[in-house]
Design a protein around this ligand. Sequence first.
Ligand SMILES: Nc1ncnc2c1ncn2[C@@H]1O[C@H](COP(=O)(O)OP(=O)(O)OP(=O)(O)O)[C@@H](O)[C@H]1O
Length: 651
Amino acid sequence: MSAEAKKQTLGFETEVKHLLHLMIHSLYSNKEIFLRELISNGSDAADKLRFEALSNDSLYEGDSELKIRLAFDKENRTITIADNGIGMTRDEVQEHIGTIAKSGTKQFFEKLTGEQAKDSELIGQFGVGFYSSFIVADRVTLTTRKAGASKDEGARWESSGEGEYTLETISKEQRGTEIVLHLKAGEDEFLDGYRLRSIVRKFSDHISIPIIMTKEVVPSYKDEDDKEGEEAEAKDETPPQPEDETINSASALWTKARQDIKDEDYNEFYKHVSHDWQDPLVHVHSKVEGTNEFTLLLYVPSRAPFDLWDRNAKHGVKLYVRKIFIMDDAEQLMPRYLRFIRGIIDAGSLPLNVSREILQQSKQLSTIKSGAVKKVLGMLEGVAKNEPEKYEAFWKEFGQVIKEGPIEDHGNKERIAKLLRFASTHTNTDKQDVTLEDYVSRMQEGQDKIYYVTAESYAAAKNSPHLEIFRKKGIEVLLLSDRIDEWLISHLDEFDGKHLQSVAKGDLDLKTPEDEEAKKELEETAKDFESVITQIKEVLGDKVSEVKLSQRLTDSPACLVADVYGMSLNMERIMKDAGQGMGFGMNKKPIFEINPGHTLVARLKEEQDDARFADLTNILFDQAILSEGGQLDDPAAFVHKLNGLLQGLLK
Ligand SMILES: Nc1ncnc2c1ncn2[C@@H]1O[C@H](COP(=O)(O)OP(=O)(O)OP(=O)(O)O)[C@@H](O)[C@H]1O
């Protein structure tokens, strides 16, 4: 026996134990799903073999009828699930089984709180897969051999799910994977053919290869009189060959007509392709005719996957060609902003021998992609229109990703823009539920722009001094505080012919008659403030590009305004945080606007003492930074100056 053939005892990754514990507890009321998960794996293994065999027929080893066999043994209290799919090498077993080598796992564990209830919720986002065996079994034996490998290159893995597993090389006649579950005490309900059949029909009917069980001998109800004769007959006959039966409908779900598919079937298929254990939020099933004929069955999950923000996360759409699985993770099929979409696309017109390289440049595939994107957008539009509550749930989970849409997908910009939802001064809550269309319908007479403010948090946006004049005039402003918003807005400069305008950038031009009036008045006032403005400029030096009287303030004494062509101050901060080297200062300096109607500014005008003038000016400037959500370079100096003034009050 070679060294590696020896039995090894290996430890699970530390996280596995915790994960197993959580899974078992959160799934206990739904424990029959272990069967769905194992059958799902068997079906994936068959898909993989079928694809590999396209270019290497010998992998079938003369047996191309792919299937899954399910059996139970009452005496030994075991359930066996066996497939003749691709199988695994010993190394693959070590890599895939009992190890969580999925991207994003680490982040997932960081999110766990240790509180059972909360963590159970979270874990729903994490596929259960093979581990679900341990919900019902206290020992699991997996034997497998890779298709095309020699018979003595099989592997046996065994574990009781408690931190360790053994792995050894064995000889295995049949390629594929066989899993034996040694049931825990109390799980005997699964040692029942009727129960197993009904679970398969409920969860795995859509699996496209046959799931086979031995036909059970149904006791026949014959006349009492016949009984003796029958027994006598049975005695001298060898038992009849057990007969097989297929217990699922074994056809690719997406090839069926919509009206023949039940909601449960759609949901179970979703769980199979997505490895999610919750029902999806919504699906679209559609056949697109034409030269590039294809069928798609795509889903929106009800919860964001745990790796939604992981750059390396897998994409969720599988590519099939005429029912043959071609590949997972087909990033050519969905743009990044729809990366949460799960399901399949069956491209009838692609050749079967496509490779990843060919796909990358395939014109046909990009046509299919754009057709699929349109279907997905159509589905979302439908939900938004007809099922607003569902859309709200969708937006909560995926809104931030959809906001990448106008940046990534110019062709569909208008359509995506209509799917966006924002918080706004109209509703004054942090709930993002205002559409751009709603906004436009509420625009005031003469208003020709869609106004927004960006800030680091909803509170900072809502309380921004820049909103004062808008609130006073009852002009709605969108309150943007998601990180992505700055980028979104830089790519979405227009909606329905209306320019999107930051309230914190450039000159205000509200285009109303009162506005013109106010402007004139301000020009008059400005004459009075000329010398104050010059003095403020001297104090602030190159911290600002300009100082002027403000039209936007009613309650606050001062604010900062970004150059109309420059970055907003919020954007500058984001860039700085992201270490983009574009720190405060690289951008054009902000304009410092003061409110001539404010008592502090009036006080400044009267101030004779230069030192006090400088202190007050610096305080107003720092306050303006703070109310923008910015950070002070020297907070202690600010506090010191402020206290100086306050003490002055007490004298
Ligand atoms: N019957 C099988 N035949 C061949 N490979 C298998 C089989 N079962 C599992 N595997 C391999 O083990 C890996 C891990 O399986 P597991 O069920 O834990 O997770 P998964 O199916 O990848 O995803 P999830 O955990 O989200 O369900 C699979 O991706 C596959 O590579």
